[in-house]
Ligand binder design. Sequence first.
Ligand SMILES: C[S@@+](CC[C@H](N)C(=O)[O-])C[C@H]1O[C@@H](n2cnc3c(N)ncnc32)[C@H](O)[C@@H]1O
Length: 190
Amino acid sequence: MAMNRLHRKICRSEEWAERMHGTTLPWATRDVDLTGNVLEIGPGYGVTTRWLAPRAGALTAVEVDGTMAADLRDTVGAELGVDIRHGDGADLPFPDESFDAVVCFTMLHHVPTPAEQDRLFAEAARVLRPGGAFAGIDSRMSLRFRLIHVGDTLNPVDPLTLPARLGAAGFTGPGTELGERSYRFRAGRE
Ligand SMILES: C[S@@+](CC[C@H](N)C(=O)[O-])C[C@H]1O[C@@H](n2cnc3c(N)ncnc32)[C@H](O)[C@@H]1O
């Protein structure tokens, strides 16, 4: 797993869950219809998945780390009926146009190379139905953020270049909005 011990502790903490559930996720998904068939890429320890599950019509989550995927299957999978898959967001095991919404939260910077990030965007576009939405957040770079990631995979996505990358992946109307510590993004599909 590409997360150091401090980072893993933060991602499992009450403080992280409170911030994500209280402000970050409502902001990230504002105006996104989550009531259909939703795919989450990179659920990690399931903090974001737990918030999504009661809001989604049906929820599937794809996690690249096999141990985390197995743990999630036993917890949020069993408790909340989420379909947890062990897989790679850059090579999704779903047919074209399978989902009404695709989301990912604080995971893009964990994808090791820009080429893999672009493959993930193209896969998200492929599995999204026309009229659906791809949305999420990632962190803005700071000294604190870099320190948390010492020894981790850290491949930041520049929010200023993200719209062009999402357009190249096949999305329409891509946009980003900067927040204090994060930025959110949203794109559609025709
Ligand atoms: C920092 S965690 C974020 C977890 C959760 N979304 C949250 O915000 O609390 C990032 C997660 O993305 C997963 N991940 C990284 N690359 C991935 C990929 N290509 N496909 C699916 N999951 C991936 C990592 O294994 C990790 O569990």
